[in-house]
Ligand binder design. Structure first.
Ligand code: BTN
Length: 291
């Protein structure tokens, strides 16, 4: 017998295409390079900021957003000296090879719906990777992009609220694009992979970035107009997690069971051995089967 409430309250809180044309050739993330590629209407050249080196684009996005930067602001760095990952980890951010960027969003929505944007970003990211020819890309809940079980990309979402309303959300994305994952720090190298390793060609980062922003804008506008259901359906199609055995590390303990999918609110549903279904919004998933 399942039991879970259909509200914003989880039963377990955790911590915290078409335009991609091969991509070989030039590689420049400057505003001048991006200007002709920013055509979706949400992300515009005037609000696009490139930095050769920066501590963290998420830190900068939070600072700019607190200062009133508008929705659609994008901060991109060629290198990060203090890239932030989920669960307080660092995100290895060497220069010249990968993508590190953060977006500022100001959706009119309840704060408890903000995690849906993380799922939306994961959907846009996996679609960008599939558009790059990587059919094997999967979303691992909540928003890791894996290929052959190795991490290609990650997303870190942060939020500020006014009462129970979202003030702004920053969505930070890191993608391992070029070079070899073996050159990343040893603690992540064995579990990481790059787009170049998968496709056996170097990528122009600006083309991948432009494609992601276009796909993200499409989903974001659709979400604002139609609600979460299409995002949820798209996300599930790329996660293929139903029935898989998993262990989730939560601040309050460990949940082990079978993945049932996402509920209408975007919570992960896990059926434990005693039949209890947990609704989880954040945590660290480990697969217990081979998928
Ligand atoms: C994860 O742990 O999987 C999330 C990683 C998110 C990394 C990106 S890189 C750009 C942005 N700036 C940061 O400091 N972190 C995010």
């Amino acid at each position: 017998m399942s039991r879970y409430a259909s509200s914003c309250e989880p039963s377990h809180w955790g911590g915290g295409g078409a335009g991609l044309s091969g991509g070989e050739g030039s590689d420049s993330l400057t505003r001048a390079s991006m200007r002709p590629l920013l055509t979706d209407g949400l992300f515009v050249p005037e609000q696009y900021h490139f930095h050769p080196i920066m501590d963290s684009t998420n830190r900068e996005a939070m600072t700019l957003a607190h200062g009133g930067a508008p929705q659609g602001t994008v901060i991109v760095a060629d290198q990060q000296t203090n890239g932030r990952g989920r669960h307080g980890r660092t995100w290895a951010s060497p220069p010249g090879v990968n993508l590190y960027f953060s977006m500022i969003l100001r959706p009119a929505m309840p704060a408890c719906h903000a995690p849906r944007l993380t799922l939306l970003a994961g959907l846009a990211l996996v679609e960008s990777v599939v558009a790059a020819g990587v059919e094997a890309a999967r979303i691992k809940w909540p928003n890791d992009i894996l290929v052959h079980g190795r991490k290609l990309a990650g997303i870190l979402t942060e939020m500020a609220s006014d009462g129970d309303r979202v003030r702004f959300v920053t969505v930070g994305v890191g993608v391992n694009v070029n070079g070899s994952a073996a050159r990343l720090p040893p603690e992540v190298a064995a579990r990481a992979i790059t787009l170049e390793e998968i496709t056996r060609k170097r990528w122009a980062r600006e083309l991948f970035l432009a494609d992601f922003l276009r796909i993200f804008a499409k989903w974001y506008i659709r979400y604002l107009q139609e609600g979460f259901a299409p995002v949820r359906q798209g996300w599930l199609g790329h996660a293929r997690m139903e029935g898989r055995r998993m262990r989730i590390q939560l601040p309050a303990g460990v949940v082990t069971g079978s993945a049932l999918g996402l509920d209408e609110e975007g919570f992960l549903l896990v059926e434990q051995e005693d039949g209890v279904v947990s609704r989880v919004m954040a945590g660290e998933v480990e697969w217990l089967d081979r998928g």
